[in-house]
Design a protein around this ligand. Structure first.
Ligand code: ARG
Length: 564
């Protein structure tokens, strides 16, 4: 179903096989303006190869491009504008969607290669922040998109579950903690203890010593310290799991920072062997002067290891354990320097695969133009946000469709979908303004709008008693009115490919908004349900749209209710 490929193959033969078909395919464009045809081929590169004027080449080629699917070829300057045969192409598209259903636009270029995706990665005993939400949503969608492209995605939750803060937390818990309260409300209680520690420590610095000594006990494997740590970790994870469940996100691994405790000596040894470790201010660092980066801190003066040391161990572990072809880190752009250093150090160690590591950064979530903070009083608990969104969706349903069955299920699908879509619809580097009202609108570029369009298309099919296996036997002569929608169906696979290549789910989000808009416009203009010669074919097109909208939403991690 790749017409660029077909055109490239025709050109390849015409040009005496001088330029590969793959190269030719890359030159083919899609005209911005539909009146200029469906495909455009600029002849500038050929002109250089053939030493002829591009306009002349365009003239010469135009008469020779002949295949049933190419209806008309026009020459405009150095461009060939090619018009597809609407009837043939539409019918091929609809037929392949019938056959492939959700597998329509599956791509194979990933060839089974493993892609590890470091995503979500919240910190134990701290609230799940908006940054962690973004990482979860973006990472999950990238995983789904890479899988559609033939890769195997491995989702890793690199929990922040180790560090000096646990010494402080244990100290505070021993002094003021209440086990029942922690069980009931782990994150809130643990955060309160942590805050209290800092308040009291300001007046009484001996507390810091106690914190250090508890952390030392933890590092030395002291039983009491370890069991408290384990308990904080378990309780926090239980709370995070509720959020993951709401969002339908699962992980392949929860190997967090603590997992690498016994794997860092090896890294330090390797760095020593390769003579990369240098003493600086009593700490051990790797100099990155050539790379024009500040030195990467490996070990502090007291021997304590750092965030970077753990990430070095983690990178090596992932390579050895998962043999990745790409290793992604979906982490906010504040950590760009950290990942640059990480990749540079591994490169210096001689690991070629360091080039396959990619930091996939994203912008901030803003509220009234300011960063949303999780500190002190301004805690924005994500679960509250999701629940509020679900409640608002539920309220909307009550107003618009009070007789709907499974209102609760649909409210969850719409409420959660709205939050996810709002996050994914823009390029991930953009900051996003947080607004529940905006997310839940039924018009404009929102999750509910796309879901609603899907549900509407489903209801048309229900009214017509349409069966997904009743592929039309005859097709109408003209697909002119259908062409805008049909030609968009053709764009799904390229949108998926762009999203995968650029780690950018917004390509898929924008695409399904375009398709939904085109479909709604079509439906307003054409009486699909009216008896006519075209009825079966039109229904087939409506069905095709439902398949692609549902699959597009799925790639974003959003469900598609058939009624709402
Ligand atoms: N826990 C960290 C934070 O909340 C994010 C960890 C990202 N992943 C990594 N491998 N460093 O900032």
């Amino acid at each position: 179903m790749n017409f660029k490929k077909e055109l490239a193959a025709v050109l390849f033969e015409l040009l005496d096989q001088e330029i590969t078909a793959a190269e030719l395919e890359l030159m083919i464009e899609k005209p911005k303006n539909a009146t200029h045809g469906d495909l455009a081929f600029p002849c500038f590169t050929l002109a250089k190869v053939k030493r002829k004027s591009p306009n002349l080449i365009a003239q010469e080629l135009s008469g020779k491009i002949q295949a049933p699917i190419f209806e008309k070829v026009e020459v405009v300057g150095a461009y060939l504008n090619i018009f597809l045969n609407k009837k043939l192409v539409s019918e091929q598209l609809v037929n392949s969607i019938f056959e492939q259903k959700g597998h329509f636009a599956d791509l194979e270029f990933g060839a089974g290669g493993h892609v590890t995706i470091d995503m979500s990665s919240p910190n134990i005993a701290k609230p799940f922040s908006m940054g962690h939400l973004r990482s979860t949503v973006i990472g999950n969608s990238i995983a789904l998109i890479t899988e559609k492209c033939g890769y195997k995605a491995i989702k890793i939750n690199h929990l922040g579950d180790w560090g000096t803060q646990f010494g402080k937390l244990i100290t505070a818990y021993k002094l003021w903690g209440d086990a029942e309260k922690v069980k009931q409300n782990p994150i809130k209680e643990l955060l309160a203890l942590y805050i209290k520690f800092h308040e009291v420590a300001e007046a009484d610095p001996s507390l810091e010593d106690q914190g250090r000594s508890w952390f030392k006990r933890l590092e030395d494997g002291d039983e009491e310290a370890l069991s408290l740590w384990q308990w904080f970790r378990d309780e926090s994870l239980k709370e995070f799991s509720r959020i993951y469940e709401l969002m339908n996100v699962e992980f392949d691994s929860y190997a967090g920072e603590a997992f690498y405790n016994d794997k860092m000596d090896r890294i330090v040894k390797l760095l020593e062997e390769k003579q990369l470790l240098i003493e600086s201010d009593q700490a051990q660092v790797v100099e990155l002067t050539e790379e024009q980066l500040p030195p990467c801190l490996i070990k502090k003066s007291d021997g304590a290891t750092l965030y970077a040391t753990r990430d070095l161990a983690a990178a090596l572990y992932r390579k050895e354990n998962y043999d990745f072809v790409q290793s992604l880190y979906v982490v906010g752009h504040e950590q760009s320097l950290h990942f640059k250093q990480l990749i540079a150090v591994l490169g210096k160690m001689g690991y070629e695969w360091a080039e396959k590591m990619v930091h996939v950064p994203f912008g901030m979530m803003l509220k009234d133009g300011k960063k949303m903070s999780t500190r002190k009083g301004k805690v924005v608990l994500l679960e509250e946000v999701l629940n509020e969104s679900i409640a608002m969706a539920r309220h909307n349903i009550e107003e618009k469709n009070p007789n709907l069955a499974n209102k609760d299920v649909v409210a969850k699908q719409v409420g959660v979908g709205a939050v996810i879509f709002h996050d994914l619809k823009n390029n991930r580097m953009n900051d996003i303004e947080f607004s529940l009202e905006e997310m839940l609108r039924f018009e404009g570029e929102t999750g509910p709008y796309v879901q609603y369009t899907f549900a509407r298309a489903c209801s048309i099919l229900r009214k017509a008693n349409w069966q997904a296996d009743s592929q039309p036997k005859t097709y109408p002569n003209s697909w002119d009115k259908e062409w805008k929608v049909a030609s968009l169906l053709m764009e799904f696979a390229p949108a998926v490919k762009r999203a995968c290549d650029n780690y950018d789910p917004s390509q898929v989000a924008k695409y399904i908004v375009d398709l939904a808009q085109a479909f709604n416009k079509y439906y307003a203009e054409v009486k699909v349900l009216e008896e006519s010669m075209e009825k079966q074919a039109r229904l087939a097109l409506v069905y095709s749209v439902t398949v692609v909208l549902k699959e597009g939403l799925r790639l974003l991690g959003i469900e598609a209710p058939e009624e709402m």
